[in-house]
Design a protein around this ligand. Structure first.
Ligand code: NAD
Ligand code: DAU
Length: 359
C-alpha cells in the first residue's frame, strides 16, 4: 500500500496513469492535484469509481502554500510529476507559462517533498530520507533535441532542446538532478517518446487529425510532413512509469519508447484511410518554427535493467485509439464547446496548400 501524489492527473497521460495504477494496485491511494488548465478535464476520470483511496484536489503546482498544505495533510510516499504545459505550438506563441509551470512548479514540488521526506529537513547536509519515498519526474525525449536520419537517443545523449517547451522540460530535469546530487533526494527521471491513445487533447497530431476527419475539415500537415516521431501507446508509457516507480535505481534516468518510428504523413494517411475519408482533405501548411526533424528512443536500459516491454503494437494501439474517438464524440464536442475553436482558428490561419499540388 502506497500513497502516490499524482500531479496533472486530469490531463491525457496522468488520467490514464491513475486508471492504470488502480487496475494494477487496487490498494494504493492516489491524490490527484491538477490546476485544471485548458488541458485538464475531470471527464477524463469519470470512470474512476467513488473510492476513499482516490482524492482530487484542484491545486497549482506553483502554489507553495497549497502544496505544503497537501503534504502536511497526507502521508505521501511518491510523487509522479506529470503537471506541465505540454504543447510545443503553444510554447512558441506563449513561452512564459512553460517556464513558470514546468520549471518553477517542479521546483516547488521538489522542495516541498524534500521538506516532508528528509529526516532532518533543517540540516542542509542531511541526505537521509524516509524509507521508500521517491520523486518521479515525467520528462520527454524532446529534451535531447533532434536527430538526423540515423542514431537514437540514449540516456547519456546531451540535452539540446530546441523549443521553449523542450527547454523548459530540460530545465526541470536539471533541477531534479540537482536535488539528487546536492540533497541526495530519491528521484528518477523518465524520458518518453510521443504518446497517443484515449483522452488526448485534440491539439496534438493524432486526435487533431481524427477530429478533423470526422468533421470533414482540412488536415494541416506542417512543412513536408516527413518529420519522424517514435510513437508509444499511452498504456505502455503508464506501465513503464510504474516499473520505474517500483524498480528504478535512485538517481537514474530511463528512456521510454517502443521502436515505432513513423513520418507524420504516414500517420495522417493511415488515419484518413482507417476512417474512410478522402486524401484530398490533407493540406500542407507552413512549418512549425524550429521543428525537430526526427526523434527515436533507444529503450535498451529500461528493457534490460527493469524488464519493461511495451504490450501494444502500433497497429493495435492506433486501432484502439481511433475506435475510442469514434465512440466518444461527446468528449470532443464538450472540448470544442470551450475555447478550442478559438485556439484552432488562431493557430491554423496559415495558407493551406492542397496535397496534390505538392505530390
Ligand atoms: P496534458 O497537457 O494533457 O496534461 C497536463 C495536465 O497538467 C493537465 O491536466 C493540466 O491541467 C495540468 N497542469 C498544467 N499546469 C498545471 C499547474 N501549474 N499545476 C497543476 N496542474 C497543471 O499533458 P500530457 O500529454 O498528459 O503530458 C503529461 C506529462 O508527460 C508532461 O509533463 C509532458 O511533458 C510529459 N510527456 C508527454 C508526452 C506526450 O506525448 N504527450 C510524451 C512524453 C512526456
Ligand atoms: O516526443 C514527446 C513529445 O511529443 C511530448 O513531450 C509533447 O508533450 C507532445 O506534445 C509531443 O510533442 P510533438 O511536438 O512531437 O507532438 P505534436 O502532436 O504536437 O506533433 C507531432 C508531429 O506532428 C510534429 O512533427 C508536428 C506535426 N504536426 C502537429 C500538429 C498538431 C502537424 O504536422 N500538424 C499539426 O496540426
Amino acid at each position: 500500500m502506497k500513497t502516490i501524489l499524482v500531479t496533472g492527473g486530469a490531463g491525457f497521460i496522468g488520467s490514464n496513469f491513475i486508471r492504470f495504477i488502480f487496475n494494477k494496485h487496487p490498494d494504493y491511494k492516489i491524490i490527484n492535484i491538477d490546476a485544471l488548465t485548458y488541458a485538464g478535464n475531470l471527464e477524463n476520470l469519470k470512470d474512476i469509481p467513488d473510492n476513499p483511496n482516490y482524492i482530487f484536489i484542484k491545486a497549482d503546482i506553483r502554489d507553495r502554500v497549497k502544496i505544503n498544505e497537501i503534504f502536511s495533510s497526507y502521508n505521501i510516499d511518491n510523487v509522479v510529476n506529470f503537471a506541465a504545459e505540454s504543447h510545443v505550438d503553444r510554447s512558441i506563441v506563449e513561452p512564459e507559462i512553460f517556464l513558470t509551470t514546468n520549471v518553477l512548479g517542479t521546483q516547488v514540488m521538489l522542495d516541498t517533498a524534500k521538506k516532508y521526506w528528509n529526516v532532518n529537513p533543517c540540516d542542509k547536509y542531511s541526505k537521509e530520507y524516509k524509507p521508500e519515498v521517491k520523486f518521479l519526474q515525467v520528462s520527454t525525449d524532446e529534451v535531447y533535441g533532434a536527430l538526423g536520419l540515423k542514431g537514437m537517443f540514449v540516456e547519456t545523449t546531451s540535452l539540446m532542446p530546441n523549443s521553449p517547451y523542450s527547454a523548459s522540460k530540460a530545465s526541470a530535469d536539471m533541477i531534479v538532478r540537482a536535488y539528487y546530487k546536492t540533497f541526495g533526494m530519491p528521484i528518477n527521471i523518465t524520458r518518453c517518446s510521443n504518446n497517443y491513445g484515449p483522452y488526448q487533447f485534440p491539439e496534438k497530431l493524432i486526435p487533431l487529425m481524427i477530429n478533423n476527419c470526422l468533421k470533414n475539415k482540412d488536415l494541416p500537415v506542417y512543412g513536408d510532413g516527413m518529420q519522424i516521431r517514435d510513437w508509444l501507446y499511452v498504456y505502455d508509457h503508464c506501465s513503464a512509469i510504474d516499473s520505474v516507480l517500483h524498480k528504478g535505481l535512485i538517481g537514474e534516468v530511463y528512456n521510454i519508447g517502443g521502436n515505432n518510428e513513423k513520418t507524420n504523413m504516414d500517420i495522417v494517411k493511415l488515419i484518413v484511410k482507417t476512417i474512410g475519408k478522402s486524401q484530398s482533405l490533407i493540406k500542407y501548411v507552413k512549418d512549425r518554427p524550429g521543428h525537430d526533424r526526427r526523434y527515436a528512443i533507444d529503450n535498451a536500459k529500461i528493457t534490460t535493467q527493469l524488464g519493461w516491454r511495451p504490450q501494444y503494437t502500433f497497429e493495435q494501439g492506433i486501432k484502439e485509439t481511433i475506435k475510442w474517438y469514434l465512440n466518444n464524440t461527446q468528449w470532443i464536442e464538450n472540448i470544442a464547446s470551450g475555447n478550442y475553436n478559438k485556439y484552432y482558428n488562431k493557430m491554423y490561419s496559415n495558407v493551406c496548400v492542397d496535397i496534390k499540388d505538392i505530390e
